[in-house]
Design a protein around this ligand. Structure first.
Ligand code: UDP
Length: 359
C-alpha cells in the first residue's frame, strides 16, 4: 500500500481506560473525536478501535471487549506495568495487529506502556499521541526508547508537557482544536464562575471552591465524577461555599452553562498536558483564569484572554477574578477561532502524520 497525501487510511486506537462517550478518558475523548472528524472531512479514511460500550454513532468505531485499564494518575511513579486478565488494551492492539495491512498509519491515543513496547513488532508505523505529562518510570523509559528508534513518531500537546519527559530526540508539539461552531459566544455573562473537568485530586477542584467561598460568586462544576471520596471531602470541607455540581454533560449542554460564566477557573495540581476545557471556554468568549502550570499557560494570553496565576495561590486567583472586567470576551472567542479551530487542528495533525509516512 502506498501513501499519498490525498487520501490516507488511519487506524486510531483509543484509550483503554473507558468506552468513548463515558468521560472516563478525559480530554482524550474530545481530542480523538475532533481529529477523526477533521481527517474524514479532509477526505481521509479511518477506523477507531475502542472499548466495548462506546456510544459514538457518528464515527466508525469497532468495539473491542475486555477489562479496562486502571488510570495512570492514580498510581505511583514506580508502579509496575500491569494489565487485568482479558485486557481490553491487549485486545485492541491484537485487533490492530490483525488489520494493520489495511492502513497506512496506526495512531495510539492511549497513555500505556504496551503500545510503545509493541511498536517495533508492527509492520505499519505507529504515531503515539501522549496525553499526559510524565507519571510513571516504566512508561517514560519506553517512550524514550521509541523516540530514539522511531524519530518524530511521538506527539505531545504542549512544550511544558513534553519537558516532563526530557527527550533528546525530535518530537512534535500539537495543540488541540475544537469545532468552534458548537460553542456559542456570550457577551453578557451571569455573576457566576465555572470549573470543568474530571473530579479527581490532580485537578485541584478545592481551590476553585475556595475562590467561590472567598468571593461569594457561585461556582458551576461540570465533569466526570472520577473520585467519589475526593468529591465527598470537598463537599464536607466547603459545606457553606456557593457551588453546584451539574454532572457530566454533553458538549452542547456544557457550553450552555459555561458561556454564561464570567470565567473558567483552572486550578490543576499537575502539569496539565493541554487542557481542552481552556479552549472550549475561550470559544464561548469566556476568559480563563489558570495556574501558570502546564498546557493552559501556553493557551491563555495573560491579561488578554484571561489571567495566569502563580501556581497554588488562592489570593492570586481571587485577584484575577477582581480584574475580569479588563478582558474583552470577543478577543477570547477570536483566539479560539484562529488558533484552536478544527482546521488548525487538522493542519497540525495532517502534517505530523505525513512526515511520519515520509520517513
Ligand atoms: N467534559 C464534558 N462534559 C462535562 C465536563 C467536561 O464533555 O460536563 C469534557 C471536556 O469537553 C473535555 C474533557 O471533558 O474535553 C476534559 O478534558 P481536559 O483536557 O480538560 O482534561 P483531562 O480530563 O484530559 O485531564
Amino acid at each position: 500500500m502506498t501513501a499519498t497525501s490525498q487520501s490516507l487510511k488511519f487506524l486510531f486506537v483509543s484509550t483503554p481506560v473507558g468506552p468513548l462517550g463515558t468521560g472516563l478518558g478525559g480530554g482524550v475523548e474530545l481530542t480523538l473525536h475532533n481529529i477523526s472528524q477533521e481527517m474524514i472531512r479532509r477526505g481521509h479514511k479511518l477506523q477507531i478501535v475502542a472499548p466495548s460500550g462506546s456510544t459514538w454513532d457518528c464515527l466508525p468505531v469497532v468495539q473491542i471487549p475486555g477489562n479496562l485499564q486502571i488510570i495512570a494518575q492514580s498510581q505511583q511513579r514506580a508502579a509496575l506495568v500491569t494489565m487485568p486478565e482479558n485486557s481490553v488494551l491487549a485486545n485492541m492492539w491484537d485487533y490492530a495487529r490483525q488489520v494493520q495491512s489495511e492502513y497506512h498509519l496506526i495512531v495510539n491515543f492511549g497513555y500505556d506502556w504496551l503500545p510503545f513496547y509493541l511498536t517495533p513488532f508492527f509492520q505499519r508505523p505507529i504515531a503515539h499521541l501522549v496525553s499526559m505529562g510524565s507519571l510513571n518510570n516504566a512508561l517514560d523509559q519506553i517512550i524514550k526508547q521509541v523516540a530514539k528508534q522511531f524519530p518524530g513518531t511521538i506527539g505531545f500537546h504542549s512544550l511544558a508537557q513534553a519537558a516532563t519527559f526530557d527527550l533528546e530526540e525530535q518530537f512534535f508539539c500539537l495543540s488541540n482544536g475544537i469545532d468552534t461552531s458548537l460553542y456559542e459566544f456570550c457577551a453578557q455573562p451571569k455573576q457566576q464562575l465555572a470549573w470543568v473537568g474530571r473530579i479527581s485530586p490532580e485537578k485541584g477542584l478545592e481551590d476553585a471552591v475556595s475562590v467561590a467561598k472567598m468571593t461569594q460568586i457561585p461556582l458551576k462544576i461540570m465533569g466526570k465524577l472520577q473520585d467519589e471520596l475526593y468529591w465527598q471531602k470537598i463537599c464536607q470541607d466547603y459545606a457553606n461555599a456557593p457551588f453546584e455540581y451539574l454532572g457530566f454533560l454533553s458538549t452542547s449542554q456544557m457550553q450552555q452553562v459555561l458561556r454564561e460564566c464570567r470565567a473558567l477557573l483552572m486550578t490543576h495540581r499537575w502539569v496539565e498536558a493541554f487542557g481542552n476545557v481552556a479552549i472550549e471556554a475561550l470559544a464561548c468568549g469566556v476568559p480563563v483564569i489558570s495556574y501558570r502550570r502546564g498546557g493552559p499557560a501556553e493557551i491563555v494570553q495573560d491579561g488578554k484572554t484571561g489571567f495566569l496565576v502563580e501556581p497554588d495561590s488562592l489570593p492570586g486567583l481571587v485577584n484575577a477574578v477582581s480584574h475580569l472586567d479588563q478582558i474583552n470576551r470577543q478577543t477570547c472567542r477570536a483566539s479560539a477561532e484562529t488558533e484552536f479551530s478544527l482546521e488548525a487542528l487538522g493542519d497540525r495533525f495532517e502534517e505530523w502524520f505525513i512526515q511520519i509516512l515520509d520517513f
